[in-house]
Ligand binder design. Sequence first.
Ligand SMILES: Nc1ncnc2c1ncn2[C@@H]1O[C@H](COP(=O)(O)OP(=O)(O)OP(=O)(O)O)[C@@H](O)[C@H]1O
Ligand SMILES: [Mg+2]
Length: 509
Amino acid sequence: MAKLNLSPKILDVLDFGTPSAERDISRGLEKYFVESPAYHRVRSGQKTILMGNRGAGKSAIFQVLAKRERSAGSHVIELSPEDYSYELLSSTMASENAGSWVKQGAYAAAWKYLIHVLVMKALARKGMRLTKGGGREIHNYIRDNHGAQQLGPLSMLVSYLKRLEAVKLGPIEAGMRTRELDRLYKLEEIQNLLPALRKVLGNQRVVVLVDELDRGWDSSEDAKAFVSGLFQACVSINALHPNLRVYISLRQELYDDIPALYEDAQKHRDLLEKIYWSEESLLELIARRIRHSAHEKGFDVEALERAGDRACWSAVFAPPPPGRGRDGALGRGSFGYMVDRTLYRPRELIQFCSEALEQARARGARLPVPYSAIERSEYGYSAERTKDIAAEYRSQYPGLLSVFEVFRSRPPAFDRGELELLCLELACGDVPTHGTESWLASCDPNELIEILWRSGLLTARASQDGRFLGSHQVQHINLAAVRRFRVHSMFHASLGIEASEAGNTARAG
Ligand SMILES: Nc1ncnc2c1ncn2[C@@H]1O[C@H](COP(=O)(O)OP(=O)(O)OP(=O)(O)O)[C@@H](O)[C@H]1O
Ligand SMILES: [Mg+2]
């Protein structure tokens, strides 16, 4: 492979982008976006529920999709975090046990109502001159019912829920109640407009994107009904017309936290797309960013364009010098070293690379970024990741960070017996943790091992001579049969775990 020599000035302008897609989109994400088969399945409408861990690229797919749909003339409705507030829902709605108040169904009806109204509003907005083909009816409905009052999406949803709640829990005679509820559940107000809507959708496309549902997630009854109701609504609305697509993104932990969803998993399994990354696709992601940022700053990047992804990487990051580099980094190069310290999420690699670049700049280094800059940025990166991963599970497994802490300064690898014993001690409280009362005491060792493997802390070696694999690398593994475990390298620096066979423990300075 030919070695690339970049202008030293590129170091000053090199930029790996921002860690969130919402900010990346205005800086050119579309140009350096990695189009995975998952993206194509979503784009085609074959998959409408996008699942992925934090920083895996859910918003990136939605942002690029929105941009491309808009350029193609579609209406795009984006429902963003400000639009939902779980706390507000819980404080506004009566609780489930206040009456025969089947919340999930009520939320599903309210979502259907809200999304239909938003879609009709979007269609009515663009000078609904259409007097035939259904346009006039929709225009009139919006003008008469949603013209004057400009309720935000959450208020509209809540007001529909309140109507249902009033009938369900209010002092209404039983016969009346059934009729009223039936009217509300069947969305009678808009039901007769659906044929008109179908017609209009014949030549206009509307895409609804619901992202960041986890912001402010509090695991409450209302939060769960809000999301599971949305799932139901999404499935039903997507059956109306191929030109109307509602997409939802969700984190795996949230999905697992909502019994109504995973119990109903078969119903939406065929609509679910889970985001996965491999080492090659992550390398491509960084190489594209390197090329883009050099190009944007006016450098002649012909050589970079021609060079493969690996050559691009090597032009920016130097390999470990002989005798340096922990746990086999020498063989895997600097990319291997860094990617081994991620859970295969783009945000992690972007952050780690950006921090190494900062370190190099701060010390006046030249390209390629010396390996020592990677080592120096590792501690800060690792400490932040450890905290963030624990925080991702704060509603399911509060206090998880204090369980991670138990691995501090221990050897990185464990035989099953040792690990089981440690798990038992944790559950019994012999090894103290904080804030874990609600779940840890009832965990048997196998459950705790599963939690630690799923969260990314542990990797497992499925066969005697095989590699240690994490949940970011394989979807399923028979954990019960695994004899040896190892703490993932991402956590080593922050937990003071010394992993090197050679005893080399270079650390942040
Ligand atoms: N396919 C992709 N191509 C290029 N960059 C990507 C891709 N997917 C994700 N990224 C980048 O990775 C970073 C994290 O992605 P994103 O913000 O989409 O994560 P997310 O899954 O929405 O995370 P969160 O759960 O925190 O909202 C962003 O900088 C984004 O631009
Ligand atoms: Mg996001």
